[in-house]
Ligand binder design. Structure first.
Ligand SMILES: C[S@@+](CC[C@H](N)C(=O)[O-])C[C@H]1O[C@@H](n2cnc3c(N)ncnc32)[C@H](O)[C@@H]1O
Length: 259
């Protein structure tokens, strides 16, 4: 099954499958929206047009649009995804949160061929999406093409490491795991190696900021028990402060500047 068909197929169960309404995911996406607002406020360039590549059912989209509205910022936001069904749900959340007056549009397509003019965006968000696309190098080329000089990418990605694998296998073994529904591409590839992500961006971007977070990466999103998830999330936030072990962190968030 192709990524497009797969994502259209799971769109209506996606929030439930990925526990997007549970406390861990809520705080995770709140945090992303806050970090993006900070970038928007602190950048020397005027950030007025944002592309969200792989916006999915919109856990980040509505939070960001709402935060912009609260701050009285005028901005054009474009939700972009390969799945029309995901975007329908995204749009519904904008209505549900009474944000339809804001400047937001939706475009269906693939990250490997972005249907936008060169030098036309000041910021691209890409949350938990790059590892779904079989040709990430082409996506990064496209990102660099459509960004204005000095434009930024906010990238949230999974890295795979031994700790992540251990938790995944241990939880599966003892039945603590929900049945995982992985997309066709994810089946072959569960996360980037750190060196790989650095090398594919190096050509067009300069690393501005790195947040390492989440000791167990996305592995614990799939745990059945919310209490256990909450404990792990707490542990994560504590450990995150110990820079000495950042090399273990399987969830990474980068802010990159176009060269
Ligand atoms: C794990 S979801 C993440 C969605 C959202 N960013 C979030 O944080 O919940 C990955 C998204 O990537 C989209 N996707 C997969 N392949 C894509 C492609 N080639 N181009 C654009 N979007 C794609 C999927 O439809 C899905 O909505």
């Amino acid at each position: 099954m192709s990524e497009k068909r797969f994502n259209n197929h799971i769109a209506h169960r996606y929030d439930e499958l990925c526990s997007l309404d549970d406390p861990y995911e809520e705080s995770y996406h709140d945090r992303i929206a806050n970090e993006v607002i900070e970038i928007v406020n602190n950048e020397s360039i005027d950030i007025n047009r944002i592309l969200e590549l792989g916006s999915g059912t919109g856990p980040t989209t509505w939070r960001l649009v709402k935060a912009m509205e609260c701050k009285g910022r005028q901005m054009e936001m474009i939700g972009f995804d390969i799945s029309a069904e995901m975007l329908k749900i995204n749009k519904r959340k904008i209505h549900h949160n009474k944000l339809q007056g804001q400047n937001i549009a939706y475009v269906i397509g693939s990250g490997t061929h972005l249907p936008f003019r060169s030098n036309s965006f000041s910021l691209i968000l890409c949350v938990a999406t790059l590892h779904h696309i079989p040709n990430p190098v082409q996506v990064i080329y496209e990102m660099a093409r459509i960004l204005i000089p000095d434009g930024k990418v906010y990238l949230d990605e999974h890295l795979d490491n031994i700790l992540c694998k251990l938790l995944r296998n241990f939880s599966k073994l003892f039945g603590y795991y929900k049945r995982i529904v992985m997309s066709p591409h994810e089946h072959q590839f569960e996360g980037f190696k750190r060196e790989m992500i650095a090398s594919i961006f190096r050509r067009h971007f300069v690393m501005k900021h790195v947040f390492f977070r989440s000791l167990f990466g996305t592995s614990f999103v799939w745990l059945k028990n919310n209490e256990l998830k909450r404990i792990l999330f707490k542990l994560d936030t504590i450990v995150e402060k110990a820079i000495l072990i950042t090399c273990w962190f399987p969830k990474i968030c980068l802010v990159l500047r176009k060269k």
